[in-house]
Structures are given as structure tokens and as C-alpha cells.
Design a protein. Structure first.
Length: 100
């Protein structure tokens, strides 16, 4: 149930209220997980991909400028999947994030 449906009704049942409280409690639990990990950065699941892995490798100095080989032969999708193991997966609402 979304907020518009709940608040747009002229009559709200106890079930509606319980359902909304449960939804809010679930979101609070997710926020507590985020606070407990104190991650330096969060990324949506769909952002940790081949392009992100390549940019990250460049940012941390893992790629030497002006050298194509062997860097133009790296499987960046596989590198991204391996990087995901360094992150904790956190669900918030309908989104999944990776925190580090």
C-alpha cells in the first residue's frame, strides 16, 4: 500500500494502520543496518558494473596511464562481480545498495 492510497481514503481500518506501521518498522530496521555499518560509500546495485569497476580501478591508481596492454584485455564485468564481494548488501525500501 502506498502513502497516497492510505491517506486518500476516507476510512482507514486497523489493518491499514498495522500494515503501515509494519512497513515503517521494516524501513527503520534497514536504516539501523546502514547506521551500524558506517560505510564510507553506498552504491545502488545496478551501479556496480563493468564501467564502474574500470573507473574505480583508475581512481585508486590500479591502471597506469598511457598503457593499453594488458588493461584493454581485462574482463571488467568479472572485476565488478569480484568487487561486490568487498561490499555489504543492504536493502532499503525497494532498492538494494552496496556499502563499503
Amino acid at each position: 500500500m502506498d502513502d497516497d492510497t492510505l491517506y486518500g481514503q476516507t476510512e482507514i481500518t486497523r489493518y491499514d494502520i498495522r500494515e503501515r506501521i509494519a512497513s515503517i518498522q521494516s524501513e527503520l530496521d534497514d536504516l539501523k543496518v546502514l547506521a551500524d555499518y558506517q560505510c564510507e560509500t553506498y552504491h545502488r546495485t545496478d551501479t556496480i558494473n563493468a564501467g564502474w569497476a574500470q573507473d574505480y580501478a583508475d581512481t585508486i591508481g590500479a591502471i597506469k596511464l598511457g598503457i593499453d596492454w594488458p588493461y584493454n584485455h581485462i574482463d571488467w564485468e568479472a572485476a565488478a562481480n569480484e568487487l561486490k564481494q568487498d561490499f555489504i548488501e543492504v536493502n532499503f525500501g525497494d532498492e538494494t545498495y552496496f556499502g563499503r
